[in-house]
Ligand binder design. Structure first.
Ligand code: SF4
Ligand code: SF4
Length: 236
């Protein structure tokens, strides 16, 4: 899995001989426990106030028949990713085998062009301080847990999902669970009109409710909450 694609229009879905990883998220099974979000934070030492994956929700209906609709979000590892085209220094690239959209931290100049071009707000700037690494002030995002997948593991969020809402696998393999789920169910992707060909497929998502994302968080408020929880538990 080494060949980088700088031309993002090269599609990897349905291409013989290469893997094309995808995630299926069955929102009917998501209970909003945020275990995926916590596992991701732990896996990557994600700093306070920013997220590689996040689980926004909307409350629908009228009291007393209200319900929360959760919509787990992450980078869609698009087959035609505008973030790759936008990057002026080749720091963002796509791997042909696997279809991962990844980031060379050492090349990134922090210009945020990729952030501006991503229709899903899937990228963020790493703040100054991290606990375990000195990578800082570069753009980051979900990697589909590339380092785990090449070892035969599933992404941390998939591993930890208590409701098996998140399923991961090779869409180019007709026998994989993701292929079978996509074949069997009506699926939705976010903002199909953008032509990015996302590889995160939702089952049971309400199209009228899918167009929301980081804006549901007030970043400062979120960071305050995380800080309070961290301080409360730091001596455990
Ligand atoms: S979701 Fe955004 S960051 Fe991820 S591949 Fe697509 S355009 Fe790039
Ligand atoms: S912020 Fe980094 S990865 Fe994004 S476009 Fe600029 S150089 Fe490329």
């Amino acid at each position: 899995m080494t060949q980088e694609l700088l031309m993002s229009s090269t599609e990897t879905r349905g291409k013989p001989g290469v893997r094309r990883y995808a995630m299926v998220i069955d929102v009917r099974r998501c209970i909003g426990c945020m275990a995926c979000q916590v596992a991701c934070k732990a896996e990557y030492d994600v700093p306070l106030g920013v997220f590689r994956t996040w689980v926004p929700y909307r409350v629908t209906g009228k009291y007393p028949t209200v319900k929360k609709q959760f919509l787990p979000r992450l980078c869609n590892h698009c087959d035609d990713p505008p973030c790759v085209r936008a990057c002026p220094v080749g720091a963002t690239y796509k791997l042909e085998d696997g279809g991962f959209v990844l980031q060379h931290y050492d090349r990134c100049i922090g210009c945020k062009a990729c952030m501006a071009s991503c229709p899903y707000n899937a990228r963020f700037m790493l703040p100054e301080h991290r606990t375990y690494t000195d990578i800082t002030k570069v753009v980051d995002k979900c990697t589909f847990c590339y380092h785990r997948v090449i070892q035969g593991l599933v992404p941390a969020c998939v591993q930890t999902c208590v409701g098996r809402s998140r399923i991961f696998g090779d869409l180019n393999d007709p026998n994989s669970e993701v292929s079978q789920l996509v074949a069997k169910h009506a699926t939705q992707v976010l903002r199909p009109e953008q032509g990015t060909k996302p590889h995160v497929f939702y089952i049971g998502a309400d199209r009228n409710l899918t167009d929301y994302g980081r804006a549901v968080y007030k970043r400062d408020e979120q960071a305050d909450i995380e800080r309070a929880v961290f301080n409360r538990n730091k001596h455990i």
